[in-house]
Design a protein around this ligand. Sequence first.
Ligand code: SF4
Ligand code: SF4
Length: 349
Amino acid sequence: MEGTPKATEVPGRRRNPHGSLPALRALVQGAYVLFFLLAGVEFHRFYLQSVSGAPLTAHRPPAVEAFLPISALMSLKYWILTGNYDRIHPAGLTILLAALVSAFLARKVLCSWVCPIGGISRALEWAGRKTLWKRRKAEVLLPLWADRALTAPKYLLLLFFLYAVAWTMDGAAIETFQRGTYNRAADAKMLLFFTEMGASTAIVLGVLVLLSIVVKNFWCRSLCPYGALLGLVSWCSPQRVVRDRESCIDCRACTRACPVEIRVHEKPSVWTPECTGCMSCVSSCPVANCLTVTRRREASWTPYLVPLAGLGTIVLFWGVARSAGYWNSDVPLSHLADAYRLARELVHP
Ligand code: SF4
Ligand code: SF4
């Protein structure tokens, strides 16, 4: 570590008591990747049985609606306008609400601890570090202008979706969309996007994989409008990482650990909507109580509270939605099968 004083020279330097956080995060993220993979396999079986008319032994996991964020955004607006909760994809709306509340309480914990795409991005970045960049001694950060250019597209995408949904669609237009065959088959269309991908889709995914190996968290930082929305909500969050300038030894371990290249070592506190609340910076700081959560020094919150609050919110919403009947779709299986059979031909209305 260039320019870093030895442990014995630095008062307060110690083994980080939160050093197990990255392993815990990898474990939780890995579990969610596995969960969504299994959910995808089960949904694929359900889809095949539905379209063929075979006896149903598989079931449709409601969690697949997490991948229908535009439909969930429409449902949110419809719920605000009419008070009616979406009965076609209720889990999608529940997941969006849970994500928004968790972003306020615990920043983008959904991105850094739950989202399977975030988990895969992290694994790709790790693979790049262990192979391509193995010989690199120091962290190379993108210049600020390049970092801003990299993060801008996701906000533009979010702006486009907010304009298309929140601005141009009224309640009647949303209701027409929700009841349409396209919306009912939206989960099947998403499935077919991956299981029957054409050459151009495969090329785009291949490029994204390569970029994720070279650029830390490329998809999340640059292209995900869901993450952009959560980031804007998290801007209002009272929770943030704070740095004690007096005890900081400028070792930059925090910045090196940050998956989105925030220059933590230069900031008195991390307010940016790019912060995912992963706590990698806090768990890598070698100085006792130098990098803490929300309050400085001993008065700070334990960093474990951040994932606990975020994950707890998601589990709470899931539990309440399940018991109150806002998790499983009301669409009869026969209607679903009819929509799925048309999925390949359906185009966005
Ligand atoms: S600033 Fe810290 S908590 Fe925020 S993304 Fe970077 S490493 Fe994670
Ligand atoms: S805040 Fe960052 S730069 Fe300062 S001591 Fe901690 S890890 Fe090093």
